[in-house]
Design a protein around this ligand. Structure first.
Ligand SMILES: NC(=O)c1ccc[n+]([C@@H]2O[C@H](COP(=O)([O-])OP(=O)(O)OC[C@H]3O[C@@H](n4cnc5c(N)ncnc54)[C@H](OP(=O)(O)O)[C@@H]3O)[C@@H](O)[C@H]2O)c1
Length: 324
């Protein structure tokens, strides 16, 4: 069973540190996954754009069928369809917002604005045969964050960001005086984020949620559950490699949102284990040569923007527009 650990955000709300992710699930899968997750006991759902309707279906089904489950027990995190200040100002927020429980958290998904072409296209393209998203350099992080701070408190209980570096965070805090409740970033044993982001976030009282805990990637490389150190620890303590990674991910009070659409894996990931200090140190030692899997210039379609200054981003046409 999960230990049911929660931590308190700078808003006073409590977030369960073991959550459930919903991205990259095929149609027909994610609603079932959400239902299974809620049935097993997950109470923190990370809702990705593009599948809100199905997530909502799973949520409704669970609320109707899981004994004792109440809306206000579920901490739901969402991101706008476009990371775009203009959309936010227009009040065009995620349709799930109206369905939200208490403790709702809304995140700026990326420090990038896409050009609004119409209300339908998730990835606006320059031309039909283009493989590149149209980035809108006229929208700054400060504008987007200001729009987030103006969202109705009746619908959005807490606001945060995702894929922001300490420099981007400092820019929006300096400009608005509003500190995000959460920063959600890629985090796993090969990208531990302890060089700068974790120290910065601790200092500012910002909670960190890690995504792609198993190193999910578009590169076809094995997931980190295949890593020998992780497998060795798992074998010794009678856990699965995924359980070892999820336990490590929460050390220090961070949250983690593993995605699975497989009911057996959804259940297994919710069975928590504790790691010894030696095992935590052994996993910490894997982080010496950081490996980032979510690099936007390598997405399909491509986002031609330098966000992290990774080698694969350095020739990008766009840079993050922090302030105008
Ligand atoms: N803010 C952002 O920009 C951002 C970016 C990426 C992701 N996210 C969020 O974070 C969530 C998690 O990240 P992610 O989806 O990239 O990757 P992840 O949680 O690392 O999952 C990677 C893969 O691991 C498999 N898996 C899960 N449990 C397993 C187990 N016990 N044994 C073996 N394989 C297992 C899953 O496949 P099966 O489904 O087949 O089990 C999944 O496809 C996403 O769903 C999304 O909600 C946010």
């Amino acid at each position: 069973m999960s230990f049911g650990t929660k931590v308190t955000l700078n808003t006073g709300a409590q977030i369960p540190t073991l959550g459930y992710g919903t991205w990259q699930a095929s149609p027909g899968e994610v609603g079932i996954g959400v239902y299974e997750a809620l049935k097993v006991g997950y109470r923190h759902l990370n809702n990705s754009y593009g599948n809100q309707v199905e997530v909502g279906d799973g949520l409704h089904k669970a609320l109707a069928e899981v004994p004792g489950l109440k809306r206000e027990d579920i901490f739901i995190v969402s991101t706008p369809r476009y990371p775009n200040a203009l959309m936010l100002n227009a009040g065009s927020i995620n349709p799930l917002v109206d369905f939200q429980a208490m403790e709702y958290l809304y995140l700026v998904h990326w420090p990038v604005a896409f050009k609004k072409v119409d209300d339908v296209q998730m990835f606006p393209m320059a031309a039909e045969d283009s493989n590149e998203v149209v980035i809108d350099d006229s929208v700054s992080l400060v504008e987007t964050w200001t729009a987030m701070t103006n969202l109705p408190k009746s619908k959005v209980r807490a606001i945060g960001v995702s894929n922001f570096s300490p420099a981007y965070l400092q820019t929006i805090i300096d400009a608005t005086g509003v500190t995000p409740a959460v920063v959600q970033v890629e985090r796993h044993p090969l990208l531990q984020q302890d060089d700068a982001l974790i120290k910065y976030a601790r200092d500012k009282g910002i909670h960190i949620t890690g995504y792609s805990a198993f190193g999910n990637n578009a590169w076809g490389e094995p997931l980190l559950i295949e890593n020998d150190t992780i497998k060795g620890i798992a074998g010794r303590i009678g856990a699965t490699p995924a359980q070892v990674i999820l336990a490590w991910s929460q050390v220090g009070g961070h949250s983690v949102i593993p995605k699975s659409v497989n009911p057996a894996r959804i259940r297994a990931n919710f069975q928590e284990v504790r790691l010894s200090d030696e095992d935590i140190s052994a996993i910490n030692a894997l982080g010496g040569s950081p490996r980032r899997y979510n690099v936007a210039t390598c997405y399909k379609p491509k986002w031609d923007i330098n966000i992290w200054n990774e080698p694969k981003e350095q020739g990008a046409k766009h840079r993050v527009i922090q302030v105008k």
